[in-house]
Ligand binder design. Structure first.
Ligand code: AMP
Length: 214
């Protein structure tokens, strides 16, 4: 079973996907993280991908296909939250193809609805641990000691694509490429809208009920 989390950059879908996957033993497929790992490892996919992520553009479909296949092979049969995929009509078609090849079912698409004016500030205050990849936020989820990871003491960093200029482009790309797929899933009756403007615990409990995890 596949649950897709969809919404603008900074809407909190990654936070919820990590919490729920840990709590209910689901696979958390985070395409952005998969891409960042390739970049860190300096693979040929990572080198090409970096020129796109640095500008806030989508990584080309040919590379996304390779990464998706690799991740799916590793995750086996377990239920999965897809976070950051699909992100365009072509990717939604890729997912459709994949679902008809395997006997997997797309349960629903959870759309994180939020006032986008709040989001730029939220994103530029995001910090992450380069070692364990844990994500913090200087406004909402601060580390216990300023500037260092609670788990391993590593200095926290700003993601290179979390600066204001790139973030603004990520929003434009979201509007142009990702928003249109909402309509596709709406017509298919698959959209479940989640009010993502509330606090983290409330959103989590709403998702637990909406996804039928309890
Ligand atoms: P995220 O971590 O979801 O904010 O993604 C960070 C960046 O990775 C995006 O701005 C894109 O450059 C790239 N990326 C993530 N997911 C995808 C995807 N499904 N298709 C293409 N590029 C992606």
């Amino acid at each position: 079973m596949i649950f897709v989390f969809l919404g603008p950059p900074g809407c909190g879908k990654g936070t919820q996907a990590s919490r729920l996957s840990a709590r209910f033993k689901l696979v958390h497929f985070d395409m952005g993280k998969v891409i960042r790992n390739e970049i860190e490892e300096g693979t040929s996919i990572g080198k090409t991908a970096k020129t796109f992520t640095n500008r806030g553009e989508l990584v080309p479909l040919t590379l996304i296909k390779i990464l998706l296949k690799k991740e799916l092979e590793q995750s086996g049969e377990r239920d999965m939250i897809m976070d950051g995929f699909p992100r365009s009509s072509e990717q939604a078609e890729l997912l459709d193809g994949m679902l008809s090849d395997t006997e997997d079912e797309l349960k629903n698409v959870y759309y994180f609805a939020i006032d986008e004016r709040l989001l730029v500030n939220r994103i530029v205050n995001r910090r992450y641990c380069p070692l364990c990849k844990r994500v913090y936020n200087l406004l909402y989820v601060q580390p216990l000691e300023k500037g260092v990871c609670d788990d391993d003491g590593t200095s926290l960093q700003l993601r290179p694509d979390d600066n204001r200029e790139v973030v603004m482009n990520r929003f434009r790309v979201y509007e142009r490429k990702t928003e249109p797929i909402l309509e596709r899933y709406r017509k298919a009756g698959l959209i479940v809208e989640i009010d993502a403007g509330r606090n983290i615990d409330e959103i989590e409990e709403t998702l637990v009920g909406a996804m039928g995890l309890n």
